[in-house]
Ligand binder design. Structure first.
Ligand code: AHR
Length: 499
């Protein structure tokens, strides 16, 4: 048998960084396909077990992820959404066409009350994306008053009439979405002015609380957008968003690459393209540093993840795609990048929560399956709120044809109880890698771990086979002479705890 490839690393626990904000683990839920309808919301009268209309199985699974916030209602949907259509008796709510996502009729049965109730059930914070593209300043201002004012005021009283006495806590408001595209096709200069105007009227009605106003940020590498927004509007924002999707082909026209049964070329390209997030974060952060050297304004990566061709036979507008070990790699690599930039990146949201794009969960009728991405998020919960510890890895390359990327990626943190968590990923789909980690500033007597891997690159869970890839106990890690020695199986994510 061939010897494993070797990697070396140093864990610099004696040089701790900042706290990894739990908000790095946020999620995005749009009125798109079966994310909301069928995925989260089934209504009180459904035969699917639910709590006030929210599916119990999905709720239970999400609770284990400690989801810090949920971004809603879009996405592109947000800039066509008129919130007053989604309040009051459901049977009286007007309908609309969801022009972006399949042209289906939206009956508005899941609206403000349902979303904020879902957040309360899940124990998460709401991040509401408000309509700039086809909305008005008044509409946005009234929505914020409706949700967050406890005064004897028109919108607060309308909320009371609709059954909710107490104001909700809504700590994040997005001011438009992708205003460079589906949110209005604006130029950065124009949006910066629009942003300033809209953001002025996002008022804080609750003394002692705050609302972070998040400006619509750049599309991937549009650095001009960041420059203009920071130059013109930084004093009015508490966050600037960034959207970047990983497409195997890198092309929005034609095939993006299939989600399952893909060739190794697509595996490699997906890893390669997702690594671009590092450059994006670095370059956008560098621009932000010029205007905000103290890093007070977060870079909010509120849409990220894989985007493949839809599952054969599904509605192309519903963005339902397969989930495999490749998605596990992408999830881990991006979370590692966000940890590394935890000073600037304090909030992100993967797209999307259920049944859409790089989903956590699939549902079909009453059935549910947890994806490989779900399992990585679950394995990474230990890093939420922990102290970042630098982990430098020097390792073999994963070579494909005449191209290569590093084979091994990782991140580490120390939690409030002093336990150190090291998460390692080997993207080589064929070979194991043995990694020796020198432990600086670590006192540990024992290591335990779990591993997520599968027999092939496109191993994953489906509704028909929901438990093909689940975390397993991992025993290939030992502590020896100040070193942590681990054999990482091919295409694996390994989560270790040192105590
Ligand atoms: O997540 C799907 C879509 O991708 C969102 O609606 C939009 O913001 C982005 O282009």
């Amino acid at each position: 048998m061939a010897a494993e490839a070797q990697a070396k690393a140093t864990l610099r626990a004696d040089q701790p960084g900042v706290t990894i904000s739990p908000n790095i683990y946020g999620q995005f839920a749009e009125h798109l396909g079966h994310c909301i309808y069928g995925g989260i919301w089934v209504g009180e009268n459904s035969t699917i077990p639910n709590t006030r209309g929210v599916r119990n199985d999905v709720l239970g699974a999400l609770k284990k992820l400690k989801v810090p916030f949920v971004r809603w209602p879009g996405g592109c949907f947000a800039d066509e959404y008129h919130w007053k259509d989604g309040i009051g008796p459901r049977e009286l709510r007007p309908r609309m066409i969801n022009t972006h996502w399949g042209g289906v009729v939206e009956d508005n049965s899941f609206g403000t009350h349902e979303f904020l109730d879902f957040c309360e059930l899940l124990g998460t914070k709401p991040y509401v994306s408000a309509n700039v593209g086809s909305g008005t300043v008044q509409e946005m201002m009234e929505w914020v008053e409706y949700m967050t004012s406890d005064a004897d005021s028109p919108m607060a009283n309308l909320r009371r009439k609709n059954g909710r006495d107490k104001a909700w806590d809504v700590p994040f408001i997005g001011v438009g979405n992708e205003s460079w595209g589906c949110g209005g096709n604006m130029r950065a200069e124009y949006y910066a002015d629009q942003y300033r105007k809209y953001a002025t009227y996002v008022k804080n009605y609750q003394p002692g609380k705050s609302i972070a106003r998040i400006a619509g940020g750049p599309n991937a590498s549009d650095y001009h957008w960041t420059e203009v927004l920071m130059r013109e509007a930084r004093n009015h924002m508490q966050g600037l968003s960034l959207h970047y999707y990983t497409l195997p082909t890198g092309s929005w026209s034609g095939s993006k690459g299939v989600g399952s049964g893909f060739p190794e070329a697509d595996w490699f390209a997906t890893i390669d393209r997702t690594l671009f997030m590092e450059e994006l974060v670095q370059k956008h952060s560098a621009i932000m540093d010029k205007y905000d050297p103290q890093k007070k304004i977060p870079l909010v990566v509120d849409e990220w993840g894989t985007w493949y061709d839809v599952e054969p036979g599904t509605n192309p507008g519903f963005l339902r795609q397969a989930a495999t070990m490749r998605d596990a790699m992408v999830a881990a690599i991006n979370l590692n990048i966000f940890h590394r930039h935890a000073e600037r990146v304090t909030m992100t949201a993967i797209a999307q929560m259920v049944n859409v794009l790089q989903a956590m969960i699939f549902t079909e009728g009453e059935k549910m399956a947890l994806t490989t991405t779900y399992h990585v998020f679950e394995m990474y919960t230990v890093h939420q709120g922990a102290t970042y510890l630098p982990l430098d890895i020097k390792g073999p390359a994963y070579v494909y044809g005449d191209q290569s990327v590093p084979a091994v990626y990782g991140t580490a943190s120390r939690d409030a109880e002093g336990r150190i968590h090291v998460s390692l990923t080997n993207v080589n789909p064929h070979e194991a890698v043995k990694i020796s980690v020198a432990l600086q500033g670590v006192k540990a007597g024992a290591v335990t771990g779990r591993v997520l891997t599968g027999p092939s690159m496109d191993s994953g869970n489906t509704i028909a086979q929901p438990n093909l890839v689940v975390p397993q106990a991992f025993t290939d890690a030992v502590l020896k002479d100040g070193l942590l020695e681990v054999v990482l199986p091919s295409k694996s994510v390994v989560a270790l705890e040192l105590k």
